[in-house]
Design a protein around this ligand. Sequence first.
Ligand SMILES: NC(=O)c1ccc[n+]([C@@H]2O[C@H](COP(=O)([O-])OP(=O)(O)OC[C@H]3O[C@@H](n4cnc5c(N)ncnc54)[C@H](O)[C@@H]3O)[C@@H](O)[C@H]2O)c1
Length: 399
Amino acid sequence: MPQAFTRDVVVVGGCGHVGLPLAIVLADRGLRVTAYDIDAAAAARIAAGSMPFDEPGAQPLLERTLASGALAVTTDPASVSTAEHVVVVIGTPVDEHLNPDPQAVPRAVEALMDRLRDGQLLVLRSTIYPGVTRLVEQAVARAGARVDVCFCPERIAEGRAIEELSSLPQIVAARDERVTERAARLFGTIARDIVRTSPEEAELAKLFTNTWRYIKFAAANQLYTIANDFGVDFERVRAAITHDYPRAADMPGAGFAAGPCLFKDTMQLAAFNNNQFTLGHASMLVNEGLPLYLVSRLERRHDLSSMSVGILGMAFKAESDDTRSSLAYKLKRILRYKAREVLCADANVRTDEGLVAEEELVRRADLVVIGAPHRRYAALPLRQPVVDVWNVRGQGVVV
Ligand SMILES: NC(=O)c1ccc[n+]([C@@H]2O[C@H](COP(=O)([O-])OP(=O)(O)OC[C@H]3O[C@@H](n4cnc5c(N)ncnc54)[C@H](O)[C@@H]3O)[C@@H](O)[C@H]2O)c1
């Protein structure tokens, strides 16, 4: 019989963008949840009742679950021994040469091996390189731990985590039915629908989910450059195509396809496929190339070397405060080389001391490029030319 646990769930990486919303929502459903993390500053802030990043709807739930004791936050790895379910959702970035690290999650699990207890369910939730579930199963077996292992990928989008944790179907994957049903019971407390697969199917399902989206954005961005080079407003073409035409309803607008997931997961899949991923690599060229394309177009009309250029919005997407892998920063690097001065502003972002106030940017910039399509930019009075590839201002996107 499993030993009696004092907590239901411990989330390893529980102060992160994915771990914290999950911990909060599980706690809000009445489970006793511990968010365990190595980031002491984030843990202290969360324990004091403050979200370390923007996530709509999370703040009141955090306060409520902390106050009731349903949620606890700690940097003590001993917490891993206390819960029946151990959910691992640490970061799995690619390195500066775009190599994934298939050992990231196995290493974290190995480091906690002494803390694992018989009868626990170990849930891998990070986006992992295909085959990593098997590696973790083998490591657990080698250590002689009587712990069940499953992979239940997270598919929420930042900014919608609280709503999507319960509205999205949850993929649960394990080697046998008993463990699958155990994982299904855990996620059945929050998700409306459970999809059962094998671990390998789930590993590909998660990477395909993000890669599919990345390729769609690249397709739109390349069509944007074709229209733009022809002097035609892509948004008007898109509006014509999608008007009452369901087969094209999912055509995205143009814009920077960035952030901590889509690009790196496309590169994980490419590496997994021996770097034979034509569509994935082509998508990278288009999406990562968009800032340089915009600057090269701007150089045709403007003498950038004599201009102050403002980038309005530095987060990787609308309404976010997250700047991880934001292409607005790539744009900034290119413009710093080309323009007399580059001013960057984003009232959402609190992690960059190099930003200026929005008013200063608006006052001083000769040209403004929208770097993130925050809604408030739609009505912001701007006297200078504006490059708005996202069409947030609804005035066309020709550059
Ligand atoms: N951000 C998203 O929108 C999103 C969506 C779906 C899936 N994912 C995947 O979820 C995973 C986590 O992403 P994230 O954006 O939350 O990353 P994050 O960097 O915001 O959070 C990861 C957390 O793990 C902690 N951590 C790292 N190593 C640890 C260890 N050994 N023990 C305890 N804590 C540790 C970090 O301190 C951090 O707080 C990644 O695999 C990512 O691809 C992310």
